[in-house]
Design a protein around this ligand. Structure first.
Ligand SMILES: [Mn+2]
Length: 157
């Protein structure tokens, strides 16, 4: 999907504890009540990473396995995961069809996988039921290569 650079939006939130990660995943996978979501639109949400897990339990299992593989326990208070939100300006999204918008989010997850390593992606979920507009959550585990990339670009992508 063609989008002007200025229309693309990405923001992120660091998650410092298993409890915060679990809470964010519950939001993401709608395992808890979401006040700003419309229940009638729930079926429009889409999990792009269904293969890696569609429940908080399966995603947490993937998270634990990945951490175990590192042979090193995360330090206390370290960032365990990051919730990235990808979206675009409402003006730009409105002009696009559902197919085009889905392609945009799939392009985003491909690009994101190249940056953080596909094995570090926990979820990629499109939300279409929230009042704030269509967006996708990508949760990832920040393994060090990720920070190297961030530093190389001086924090800019
Ligand atoms: Mn959301």
């Amino acid at each position: 999907m063609d989008l002007e650079k200025n229309d693309m939006i990405m923001r992120c939130e660091k998650l410092n504890s298993v409890a915060t990660l679990t809470r964010q995943l519950k939001h993401c996978l709608r395992e808890q009540n979401t006040p700003n979501a419309e229940p009638g639109l729930l079926h429009k949400n889409e999990i792009l990473t269904a293969k890696v897990g569609t429940t908080v339990e399966s995603v947490m299992q993937r998270f634990n396995e990945r951490i175990e593989k590192m042979n090193k326990k995360p330090r206390k208070n370290s960032v365990l995961a990051i919730d990235f939100v990808f979206t675009a300006s409402p003006k730009a999204l409105h002009k696009k069809s559902l197919k085009e918008r889905r392609e945009y989010f799939i392009d985003c997850v491909k690009w994101f996988g190249e940056k953080v390593g596909a094995e570090n992606i926990l979820t990629a979920v499109i939300h279409r039921d929230e009042s704030g507009g269509e967006h996708a959550h990508f949760h990832c585990i920040p393994i060090c290569i990720f920070w190297l990339i961030m530093n190389t670009h001086s924090g800019r992508w």
